[in-house]
Design a protein around this ligand. Structure first.
Ligand code: NDP
Length: 272
């Protein structure tokens, strides 16, 4: 059974998770380092635990959503005796290595463990587009996925406990690349006196949507570029873009993504 859920951490994300579970009728116990963050959840039927030990004992499944890996270790340290036979799902962001080490550490205490990565923000938790990456034992994932469904579509990404963090961070890199491009685009239009709002709505949004369908499937680490995207042509275009940026007085740090692409095109040209 994994019907009773305990949540460790009631920050913006922990509260959103608890709220979605309550909405779905799950029996909830919540714990937060600083008390009094649970009041609204308690009013909606959650029970507040006064210690991590108590929270772990109360749940068939414990979900941790704290600041970082160090806070997870700190919160669990007094409760290691309570971990034997328990299931812990960690939705705290961390590195690949941290997830692998946490898996080993929890195994020592007899806990079953899934590492997670939240592909949502607090307001989108439990909404249609939200999905959560999980890595670790597949049989455990199969058992807990239906219970975890209310916070976002569960997606298993591998036995290696580090893979949820890996795919999470890689996806964030894609997102930041996209937003760096959009920020630079707007800076350029603004610096040359263009109408930013019209540009965003009528040019940038439809253009980026059209390109997204090509950019992601085409993403590659090799030295080859498909013929229709002649790398020499692209290198010339990127150099023009970089000089347009300099001419407009847009800070060069905003154009890092252009230099990354130029580097890749020059490498493709050099490789023939
Ligand atoms: P918040 O800063 O709102 O909350 C942080 C939580 O961690 C609080 O409950 C805080 O407790 C607790 N905490 C911090 N240090 C410790 C510690 N040493 N021991 C025990 N508890 C501690 O962050 P969020 O809720 O927004 O984020 C939580 C996790 O979710 C992070 O790993 C974040 O990367 C991830 N995430 C967040 C997203 C977002 O958009 N918010 C999106 C995707 C992932 P206290 O109240 O006592 O300070």
């Amino acid at each position: 059974r994994h019907e009773r859920i305990s949540i460790l951490g009631l920050g913006a994300m922990g509260r959103a998770l608890a709220s979605a579970f309550l909405e779905a009728g799950r029996e909830m116990t919540v714990w937060n380092r600083t008390p009094a963050k649970a009041d609204d959840l308690v009013a909606r039927g959650a029970r507040e635990a006064s210690s991590v030990e108590e929270a772990i004992e109360a749940g068939d499944l414990t979900v941790a959503c704290l600041l970082d890996d160090a806070s997870v270790r700190e919160a669990l340290a007094p409760a290691t005796r309570n971990l034997d036979g328990r299931t812990l799902v960690n939705l705290t962001s961390g590195s690949v290595r941290q997830a692998r080490e946490l898996a080993g550490w929890l195994e020592k205490y007899g806990a079953r463990f899934l590492a997670g990565g939240i592909m949502a923000v607090p307001p989108t938790i439990g909404t249609e587009g939200a999905f959560i990456l999980y890595s670790g034992a597949h049989d455990l994932f199969d058992r807990v996925a239906p219970v975890l469904g209310p916070i976002g579509r569960p997606l298993w990404v591998g036995e290696d406990p580090g893979f949820a963090a890996l795919y999470d961070m890689a996806a964030l890199s894609g997102m930041y690349g996209m937003s760096a491009g959009a920020d630079h685009a707007v800076a350029l239009v603004h610096a040359e006196g263009g109408d930013v709002e019209t540009f965003k709505r009528e040019v940038l949004q439809p253009w980026m949507e059209q390109m997204l369908a090509i950019t992601v499937p085409g993403a590659d680490v090799s030295e080859s570029v498909p013929d229709e995207y002649n790398p020499a042509m692209q290198a010339t275009g990127l150099e023009t873009l970089l000089s347009a940026s300099r001419e407009a007085g847009v800070p060069v740090d905003l154009a890092g993504h252009l230099r990354t692409s130029l580097w890749r095109m020059r490498r493709a040209v050099a490789a023939g």
